[in-house]
Design a protein around this ligand. Structure first.
Ligand code: NAD
Ligand code: UDP
Length: 326
């Protein structure tokens, strides 16, 4: 006779009302989890998870991870942290606190509960890389006191904390280094390149290229990334990462702008603005480790992902009366 589990697995998602967090909460609910979303709504919104609120398996609490949290769960996905340069530089001290104090609090919770711990790290740990593409073995090239340091060094320290909890307390950790990811539910004023360009193109406003647009990024569609989160969390405990999670197809920012103008049929012109300081010149993940250990390969190519993202933003901007319905 089939044995029934007494209860579902319970997951805590910090930053669960943000762009990636909301997609993760949705996926975990589909996979049969009880999901507790904790967010201070700094960049995330209730709207992002409004469609989940009717589920009896979903709960949301306003909580700042720089404060301790006492709950009972089996797995923790630690995503809390603003990810857009504009937002993380707005209150840089809070950004470092979120990464470092937040990691200490959530790792402490995981230690008490003996819970598995996933940490959302970033390609920013490589800084402005001198090795291309970036493998996990590369230690990076980060300016420790520049404008991006609150985020880059905060995330580096959070990785250190994960590994020290792992070595010192036997905590089961999983570190994903996320490369630029995009998709529906990015905040329209988020300031990141994909959302900026799509909103500008749909409104026929000038597209703001920082620098000469020759800097590169590799863009991963959100659904592919969430698959990787789940695979990583469920991988053998011996596999801690860090593991690069991103789509290795690399584009210049100028190429991205041209593609978005073409796909939206926009009449936007390009305008060139100064390159922000410490803006990495090139970025592409080496994902051999993720392929080998997780059997993961992002399948959604840029045009396909942009199509879905553009459709979502078009609908949002129409609802808000920013653009006319067609
Ligand atoms: P986001 O800004 O949409 O989401 C971050 C969420 O964390 C928001 O809901 C915000 O309100 C919440 N938050 C911020 N500070 C908090 C605090 N102190 N306490 C509780 N909640 C807090 O960004 P995102 O793109 O969804 O990023 C999620 C995570 O993934 C972040 O840790 C980010 O560093 C990491 N990441 C994302 C990308 C990407 O391309 N999207 C790339 C690398 C790393
Ligand atoms: N960028 C740009 N115009 C914008 C927003 C961003 O040219 O309106 C550039 C930015 O300078 C960077 C790249 O696009 O070189 C990616 O920026 P984003 O903020 O999305 O992420 P990053 O990878 O820099 O953290």
């Amino acid at each position: 006779m089939k044995k029934w589990a007494l209860r579902s697995k319970r997951a805590l998602v910090t930053g669960g009302a943000g762009f990636l967090g909301s997609h993760l909460c949705e996926r975990l609910l589909q996979d049969g989890y009880d999901v507790l979303c904790a967010d201070n709504f700094y960049t995330g919104t209730r709207e992002n998870v409004a469609h989940l609120l009717s589920s009896p398996n979903f709960e949301i609490i306003r909580h700042d991870v720089t404060m301790p949290l006492y709950v009972e769960v089996d797995e923790i996905f630690n995503l809390a942290c603003p990810a857009s340069p504009i937002h993380y530089q707005f209150d840089p001290v809070q950004t470092t606190k979120t990464s470092v104090h937040g990691a200490i609090n959530m790792l402490g919770l995981a230690k008490r509960l003996k819970a598995r711990f996933f940490h959302a790290s970033t390609s920013e740990v490589y800084g402005d890389p001198k090795v291309h593409p970036q493998p996990e073995s590369y230690w990076g090239h980060v300016n420790p006191n520049g404008l991006r340091a609150c985020y880059d060094e905060g995330k580096r320290c959070a990785e250190t904390l994960c590994f020290d909890y792992h070595r010192q307390h036997g905590l089961r950790i999983k570190i994903g280094r996320i490369f630029n990811t995009y998709g529906p539910r990015m905040h329209p004023n988020d300031g990141r390149v994909v959302s900026n360009f799509i909103v500008q193109a749909l409104a026929n406003q000038p597209i703001t290229i920082y620098g000469d647009g020759q800097q590169s990024r590799s863009f991963c569609y959100v659904d592919d990334l969430i698959d990787a989160f789940i695979l990583l969390m469920n991988a053998d405990d011996a596999f801690t990462g860090p593991v690069n999670l991103g789509n290795p197809a690399e584009f210049t920012i100028l190429e991205l702008a041209q593609k978005i103008i073409e796909m939206t049929g926009s009449s936007s012109e390009l305008i060139f603005e100064p390159l922000p300081s410490d803006d990495p010149l090139q970025r592409r993940p080496d994902i051999s480790l993720a392929r080998a250990q997780l059997g993961w390969d992002p399948g959604i190519q840029l045009e396909q992902g942009l199509e879905k993202t553009i459709a979502w933003f078009r609908n949002l901007l129409q609802q808000r009366g920013v653009i006319q319905s067609r």
